[in-house]
Design a protein around this ligand. Sequence first.
Ligand code: PRX
Length: 653
Amino acid sequence: MSQEKQVFHPNREFAETARIKNMCEFENLTRFAQEDYEGFWGKFAEEKIEWSQPFTNVLDESNAPFVKWFENGKLNVSTQCVDRHLVDKKNKAAIIFEGDRGDSEIITYLQLSQNVNKFANLLKNQFNVKKGDRVVIYMPMIPEAAYAMLACARLGAIHSIVFGGFSAEALKDRVEDAEAKVVITADGAFRKSKPYMLKPVVDTALKDVTIVEKVLVVERNHEEIEWVAGRDYSYNELIKNENAHCEAEEMDSEDPLFLLYTSGSTGKPKGVQHNSAGYILWAQMTMEWVFDVKEDDTYWCTADIGWITGHTYIVYGPLAMGATTVMFEGVPTYPDAGRPWAMVEKHRINQFYTAPTAIRVLHKMGEDEPGKYDISSLKVLGTVGEPIDPPAWKWYYESVGNSKCAIVDTYWQTETGGHMISPVPGATPIKPACATFALPGIMAEILDDDGKKAAVGEKGKLCITRPWPSQIRNVWGDEDRYVSSYFGDATKDGKPVYFSGDGAVYDEDGYITITGRMDDVINVSGHRMGTAEVEAAIKKHDNVAEVAVVGKPHDLKGEGIFAYVVLKSEDTMAEEMEMAKEINGVIKVEIGNIALCDNIVFVDGLPKTRSGKVMRRILRAIAKGEEITQDTSTLEDPSVVGKIEEIVNSCIL
Ligand code: PRX
């Protein structure tokens, strides 16, 4: 039997004590939600959340797709993640920090509480941060980043984390769109034992921005930085003046918790808005179901807090359930590709969650490394962000998981807040590289263009046909965009439903396999890049007349970025080499290194319809070296296709 067809059943011993022990229990939960949707969610919301005032209504969809969950309920997410654990987990490790240079620190729930309270007091007393204010966090992977998030939550301020790899220009766009009052950053941090800097990026980003009143700087690497008088303050100094009690703001279930900008197929990145109760409920429930973390377990998610995975599965989910979460500052391949396994051994890590790109890199650079360490503590392995290919899956399962750990291939998005489709480790018979089934309560369905359930083997649109508590509530400041981006492309029974942008397929056993984006979004190393965004950056180069960007399969990154560029002037080959470098230079400034093109080819024209639409499908096929199956005779100038093929075949830069 080929590995792809093989089914891997849960480890019996593990299943015995798992929260969901078998498919019967899983199906009962699913049925409960199908038969009594509000009863299902109401029960878990009552059970899991510490309400300061109980909710009176589970779901209001009268104004769909603007929905309200747990109406009139009051809570505070930082209380949920910190205060309530002080009763019985005061001395339990909340965060284990592992620094780039091997330095570690254990932060207990009591210490977490003190740090978060002091941080919140600092923001309140010294920066006048209030409920509803936006605070941008541009931070490395250090515990202060988690304190900052929870301090905002405590005050009811809305944080918006910008990944530390984004450029000054990208940071500026996000600060302006969110109209942030405060930016929290660090001087820098460490990578491969060397200091790197963040504060200078903030300085450049804020040069012409007037809305930001204060910048708080955590001094981590203690390198020299510039301080703008009256704007920049040292966290390390100010925090000394604060006490460890700050009253938590009472928040409504639907008060916003955070914004996180993500790429779509068109326009600028969207500020995905998540609200308080529904988000934290599902963050906690999925932690419990999908990772099955137990009281004495240590859990590690390798994401960066700049992405949704870091929000939900490093900070909010683990802390909401009172788990021990590992935060890692470094690079997984430094000092060598055994680093993650050394960390598993050192901290006796039980659940490990990462992206397929990282697995591919660790496999390639250190195939035998896992065997050099005692990683027998591992129980559950997770993947997220992109499809995992069978060879990577096999290595992960056999060499890291010793053929005994369940691999949970979790499918979800920034907009979904938490996992949507995933195995649960004690119950689901796993098929490699397959997200398997929707979690109980999540009405995921693959629909065809007529809104009917797709047949077995038929690729369709992956939709979620009922609202769920942790769903995106709005695109910050743009309700129309929220509706058109997510509820404009699929219907069921004539009603608009949430369309993820992904294609998917059912197999004969009802398993769901994600086939990838159906829109113009590229998935680079598990990070979403909008083609429009990259194209807009490239167009900033003076000599670029037109550009079209597509994704191309990449051995390590999953997908790489392939750009077709039409120049204003005709250049020689040598000049084109120089131009390619310049174009990537512009991308670095406009977005950051994560959006650099792997291939840039210079062409005379792009394949367009008579109405001027660029036919990306043709460009995608050429980039992949596939045959073009589309009719090109209706193009404005059919001859461009052959010319582009010739250029691509002869000179991939
Ligand atoms: O295309 C899907 C892919 O990542 C996209 C979401 O990206 P983002 O919002 O940045 O969130 C990433 C982390 C949750 C999806 O639309 N994706 C995510 N998980 C998987 C996946 N593709 C295949 N398999 C997955 N497990």
